[in-house]
Design a protein around this ligand. Structure first.
Ligand code: HEM
Length: 203
């Protein structure tokens, strides 16, 4: 298998570029839409943008959580080098998601955002998840891990499980009625949580 240094120099940049593809697609479609050219955003571009960015935020959260079990199962630790990047991409796509909502749906009417947070429980939960992600993004650098100490860093970053649960409840509630897609994400998260519990308590 590839050595960690080689992995860092080759696979990591490729994963980085790949993770940017959904954003590049979205930006390209909006450029076309604004220029009056055919685009792939459908008849409700703002809904497409909100949903697309929300989906990718959740996917990166789950990919980030899947890396450690994957490294364990494959006995290939260099995979761990991708964890921070996946977490930061989750934060990036949630930020795009929130921006898309505030810009396209609310046209920057901040009072409406506040009203929505109070009125719609799924927005409240989404906002809580977003706010909880901020300290994780801010403490993602090596210098910050050193500053707060590995132990505290670890317990802080455990909140990513709660954030993922909130993200999925947000998804289930937003879709109204039981739909298959959010349940698939819930199933994936359950497996990851189950793995985590097993690794901790049943060695
Ligand atoms: C960790 C945080 C979050 C995650 C993981 C997340 C994820 C998602 C997902 C997966 C969807 C459904 C997409 C689909 O139907 O395919 C969604 C929808 C939505 N989210 Fe979030 N979200 C988060 C935070 C937020 C925040 C902070 C807001 C706004 C304050 C928000 C507003 C919305 C809205 C309005 C929709 C409905 C989109 C539409 O139908 O137009 N989300 N989100």
């Amino acid at each position: 298998m590839m050595k960690a240094q080689t992995f860092k120099r080759t696979v990591k940049p490729i994963v980085f570029m790949t993770a940017l593809i959904p954003f590049a697609w979205l930006a390209y479609q909006w450029m076309n839409a604004y220029s009056g050219l055919p685009h792939g955003l459908g008849f409700n571009p703002q809904e497409t943008s909100n949903r697309f960015s929300g989906d990718w935020a959740l996917r990166f959260l789950l990919i980030g959580l899947a890396i450690r079990p994957l490294a364990k199962i494959t006995h290939y630790n260099p995979l761990l080098l991708l964890r921070r990047m996946m977490g930061l991409f989750a934060f990036f796509y949630v930020t795009v998601h929130l921006t898309s909502y505030i810009w396209l749906d609310l046209a920057f009417a901040w009072a409406d955002l506040w009203a929505d947070i109070l009125k719609r429980l799924y927005i409240t939960l989404g906002m809580v998840a977003f706010i909880l992600l901020i300290p994780l993004a801010l403490t993602s650098t090596k210098a910050m891990i050193k500053r707060i100490g590995a132990k505290r860093w670890q317990s802080l970053h455990r909140s990513v499980y709660l954030i993922s649960i909130l993200g999925i409840i947000h998804f289930i509630m937003m879709r109204k009625g039981l739909q298959i897609e959010p349940l698939i994400y819930a199933g994936v998260l359950s497996v990851l949580l189950g793995y985590r519990v097993k690794a901790k308590y049943f060695k």
